[in-house]
Design a protein around this ligand. Structure first.
Ligand SMILES: CCCCC/C=C/C(=O)SCCNC(=O)CCNC(=O)[C@H](O)C(C)(C)COP(=O)(O)OP(=O)(O)OC[C@H]1O[C@@H](n2cnc3c(N)ncnc32)[C@H](O)[C@@H]1OP(=O)(O)O
Ligand SMILES: NC(=O)C1=CN([C@@H]2O[C@H](COP(=O)(O)OP(=O)(O)OC[C@H]3O[C@@H](n4cnc5c(N)ncnc54)[C@H](OP(=O)(O)O)[C@@H]3O)[C@@H](O)[C@H]2O)C=CC1
Length: 271
């Protein structure tokens, strides 16, 4: 087992300048996968707006985005505060338009179903399903104006279940159903929506939730034996937003080293 899961990995294949004059709205932009998505889109020339609750994390993303081809601006917001996030989407949409919406803010706690209270269930559904609907609906007029697209960051194994994640898998399965339904409804507007299902991505967020022995077991349960890098997820988001993704909509793309097919992340109980 590797002592570090975050060895540098260059996943970049898309061409410089691909997203000049394009604009994105990214939630959870201050850390992990969201930050990597921002940095790659900015590198490709995009004007990216990011949100999240912690301003200092967004500031760090801005620092790292400095000097690249595009721009990064931000404002803190809790995606679970419906009126505030709707107003923010409107503000960004009116100011710079939205070609790409990335619903990345999310997360949960690992717990067996018997230990998830109704309040705990509601929190995870609110963050990972209801807030995604709120943001997506608020972005609709701006996506329609630009014939834009939506990338929903989901989970590997969303269609088969996962021990310790009943609440989160239920939410992400809901997002997949929403994604497919809106892909049908909004096809006439030229809007595409897809879900991306990363396997284990060793971000600080996951490290807080799962200690090292569990991380090792998650990676061992991945048939390819390696975790997903944040850069790989970012490149896939960019690919789906690019002209090459023109006919891709209503999809769940699992980027997980076959974790969703193998012995299974889904069989690793919360410990
Ligand atoms: C298959 C393996 C691959 C796994 C891949 C997934 C990886 C990731 O997602 S990495 C991202 C990692 N980061 C996170 O997941 C952190 C995100 N968590 C949160 O933001 C919050 O914990 C929350 C949204 C899930 C809940 O926030 P909030 O509403 O503020 O929660 P409260 O503290 O007010 O608690 C509400 C309710 O939930 C119960 N609860 C909280 N933690 C646990 C726990 N560990 N076990 C059981 N229950 C928990 C809490 O007790 C409250 O319920 P009541 O006690 O009934 O009031
Ligand atoms: N790491 C992994 O193995 C995998 C992760 N995922 C999913 O990918 C996404 C990103 O995860 P990852 O980068 O690993 O973890 P992080 O914890 O680093 O990222 C989650 C981000 O969401 C933001 N966020 C959380 N709650 C809210 C909220 N209520 N309002 C606004 N922003 C919020 C956080 O910022 P702040 O706290 O400042 O608000 C943070 O930047 C999540 O949806 C996660 O579930 C999916 C598969 C695997």
């Amino acid at each position: 087992m590797s002592s570090s899961y975050n060895e540098p990995y260059d996943a970049s294949v898309l061409r410089d300048g691909l997203f000049v004059e394009k604009s994105a709205f990214v939630s959870g932009a201050g850390s992990g996968i969201g930050r990597a998505i921002v940095l790659r889109l900015v590198e490709l020339g995009m004007s990216v707006f990011g949100t999240g609750r912690r301003v200092e994390m967004l500031e760090e993303t801005a620092k790292r985005a400095g000097g690249k081809a595009g721009t990064f601006t931000y404002k803190p917001c809790n995606v679970r505060e419906t009126e505030a996030i709707e107003a923010l989407v409107r503000e960004v949409g009116e100011a710079q338009g939205i070609d790409l919406l990335v619903n990345n803010a999310g997360g949960q706690f690992f717990a067996p179903g018997t230990q998830i209270s109704r309040r705990g269930w509601d929190s995870v559904i609110d963050l990972n399903l209801s807030a995604v609907f709120t943001v997506t609906k608020a972005a609709h007029p701006y996506l329609k104006a630009r014939r834009g697209s939506v990338a929903n960051i989901s989970l590997s194994g969303v269609d088969r279940g996962s021990m310790g994640l009943a609440h989160s898998i239920a939410a992400r399965a809901g997002v997949l159903g929403m994604t497919r339904s809106l892909a049908l409804e909004w096809a006439k507007d030229g809007i595409r929506l897809n879900c991306i299902g990363p396997g284990t991505v060793v971000t600080e967020g996951l490290a807080v939730e799962a200690a090292r022995p569990m991380l090792d077991r998650l990676v061992e349960a991945t048939p390819m034996g390696i975790p997903t890098s944040v850069e790989e997820v970012a490149e896939l988001v960019a690919f789906l937003a690019s002209p090459a993704g023109r006919l891709m909509t209503g999809q769940l793309i699992q980027i997980d080293g076959a974790a969703h097919l193998g012995p299974g992340l889904h069989m690793i109980a919360a410990e």
